[in-house]
Design a protein around this ligand. Structure first.
Ligand SMILES: Cc1cc2nc3c(=O)[nH]c(=O)nc-3n(C[C@H](O)[C@H](O)[C@H](O)COP(=O)(O)OP(=O)(O)OC[C@H]3O[C@@H](n4cnc5c(N)ncnc54)[C@H](O)[C@@H]3O)c2cc1C
Ligand SMILES: NC(=O)c1ccc[n+]([C@@H]2O[C@H](COP(=O)([O-])OP(=O)(O)OC[C@H]3O[C@@H](n4cnc5c(N)ncnc54)[C@H](OP(=O)(O)O)[C@@H]3O)[C@@H](O)[C@H]2O)c1
Length: 451
């Protein structure tokens, strides 16, 4: 750790996804010394391990920006370290070390279970795990996913579209059914993501389905033809087909039970009822079985329950009356039992609002989180002895029984991956196990085991 850098404040940023990286830059520019602690060996979060692998240009552009941030002398990257109640360090550890503020930008790493019978069956998955798998994030990269021939994807957002793209264009399953609890007018995906799978859309099935749900749509004043036109708007610029997968939609169907590979998935019909803004789904009690062998929930994620902060409605609880609001939003972690903010802890990005928005939104939210932290730091005297805190941190890190990753290590990894990419003549290449990455960085000897 470079002891020569002059800083007034010492801040820990937990998580090096877009929110954490851009927050770190903002904090560093405001004079803070930032220690960026990241679970994964590599930085980038979902920008590296979520965005669809074929979006090579977009990913490379983001990687370039992330490198520039990590090159800032006031930012010190530590990868392969988990902060949580069950991790390598806890929030109280970070406070004891002497961090004056802790910004949590660890994304939404928990699973949004619905409590349905059969959720735990083989062949039932949550999108994030599969996304991490095909984007080669250890340990998900090494996990086996049993994907059958007919898959129901629950939810109709862009994550569903990414999973559909993977199943249609890579796995080449027989059928993908996107199941929506509401109607065609409430789909959340974008036209550009539809273009990746539109060539496999069963247009006759869509027409039949729109006809089936037309009375329910008309009952809440919706235009079925306009909704259909949006879904079909991906056709003119659709990618060329590479499989015979049949892609169709099943609207007004809320998942109620999963019967397993032999039985399929049970949905309960819904109707639309007027709500605040968009109509909401109301279950009717009528159930039907969809004949599938794979069910993938694409319904958004939840923050990590084990992190050490209280969770409500899939999110960390925030101070309802923020002391340092930014654009009216609270970035302060809150303990509702004690009815007070959690000492020194702030949240931003998908850790503040789970599964919300694109990289640009996470970036802005990270920067706003950093602004909230800066407002808070300005109420404190500068830390007298940053060096003692850094020495203490170093001592704690030395006790972690696995290799921790520095910026210099990352540069070695990037060079090794670049060499491998050229050798194999690929457009993009990355190692998909921690063992390979550590070996490429010279942090374990060939043949030795890495936990
Ligand atoms: C499948 C999918 C596809 C997407 N595709 C696009 C797209 O094409 N274009 C686009 O603009 N946006 C896309 N997004 C959205 C975008 O990825 C997110 O908006 C953004 O990555 C969220 O940033 P974040 O920093 O809040 O969280 P994340 O990106 O999730 O980053 C969290 C970071 O925290 C670290 N971490 C987690 N837990 C801990 C812990 N306990 N201790 C220490 N570190 C921890 C992780 O290692 C990770 O680096 C996609 C999202 C998904 C899910
Ligand atoms: N290519 C890209 O640009 C890209 C790719 C992936 C993700 N992203 C972004 O990442 C964010 C998250 O995406 P997302 O697809 O996870 O979220 P999303 O856009 O909010 O879609 C979630 C879907 O799940 C449904 N759902 C939620 N809870 C449900 C439940 N209990 N039962 C049944 N259905 C349920 C929602 O239905 P309701 O509408 O009825 O709630 C919705 O259809 C979005 O901002 C997205 O744009 C972007």
């Amino acid at each position: 750790m470079n002891a020569d850098i002059q800083s007034s404040y010492l801040v820990a940023v937990i998580g090096a996804g877009p929110a954490g990286l851009f927050a770190a830059r903002q904090l560093a520019n405001a004079g803070a010394r930032v220690i960026l602690l990241n679970r994964d060996i590599k930085p980038g979060g979902l920008a590296e391990y979520g965005i669809y692998p074929d979006k090579v240009k977009m990913k490379d552009g983001l990687r370039k920006q992330f490198r520039q941030i990590l090159d800032m002398p006031q930012i010190h990257y530590i990868g392969n370290i988990t902060i949580s109640q069950t991790g390598d360090l806890t929030l109280p550890d970070l406070r004891t070390i002497g961090f004056q503020a802790i910004l949590v930008t660890a994304g939404a790493q928990g699973t949004k279970w619905l409590g349905l019978q059969g959720e735990e069956l083989v062949g039932v998955y949550h999108a994030k795990d599969l996304v991490y798998h095909y984007n080669q994030l250890p340990p998900f990269s090494e996990k086996r996913f049993i994907l059958g021939k007919r898959a129901a994807l629950i939810g109709v957002g862009n994550v569903m579209m990414d999973i559909a793209r993977y199943l249609i264009r890579r796995v080449k399953v027989d059928e993908v059914i996107a199941v929506a609890r509401r109607g065609p007018a409430e789909v959340k995906f974008t036209k550009s993501e539809m273009e990746n799978v539109a060539c496999n859309l069963d247009q006759a099935a869509l027409a039949t389905e729109i006809k089936r749900v037309t009375p329910a749509m008309r009952a809440v004043g919706q235009d079925p033809e306009a909704a259909k036109a949006f879904i079909l708007s991906g056709l003119p610029r659709a990618l060329e087909p590479v499989s015979n997968t049949r892609f169709r939609f099943d609207f007004l169907a809320s998942p109620s039970r999963i019967l397993g590979a032999e039985g399929g998935e049970v949905d309960e019909d819904t109707v639309l009822i007027p709500g605040d803004g968009e109509p909401q789904a109301k279950r009717t009690g009528t159930k039907r079985v969809i004949d599938v062998d794979t069910v993938i929930f694409c319904i958004g994620d939840r923050v990590d329950e084990n992190f050490g902060l209280q969770v409500r409605k899939n999110e960390f609880v925030k101070n309802p009356n923020p002391r340092f609001p930014v654009e009216g939003l609270s970035y302060e972690a809150y303990n509702p039992d004690l009815e007070r903010p959690v000492d020194r802890v702030f949240v931003a990005g998908w850790s503040r609002e789970a599964s919300s928005g694109l990289v640009g939104v996470a970036r802005k939210d990270g920067e706003h989180g950093a602004q909230a932290v800066i407002q808070y730091l300005q109420t404190l005297p500068p830390l007298k002895d940053i060096q003692t805190a850094l020495a203490d941190l170093e001592k704690r890190l030395n006790m972690v029984e696995k290799p921790l990753i520095s910026r210099a290590d990352l540069l070695k990894l990037e060079a090794a991956e670049r060499a491998e990419l050229q050798r194999r003549g690929l457009e993009d290449f990355k190692f998909s196990t921690n063992a390979e990455m550590l070996q490429a960085m010279g942090l374990v000897k060939e043949g030795s085991s890495v936990s």
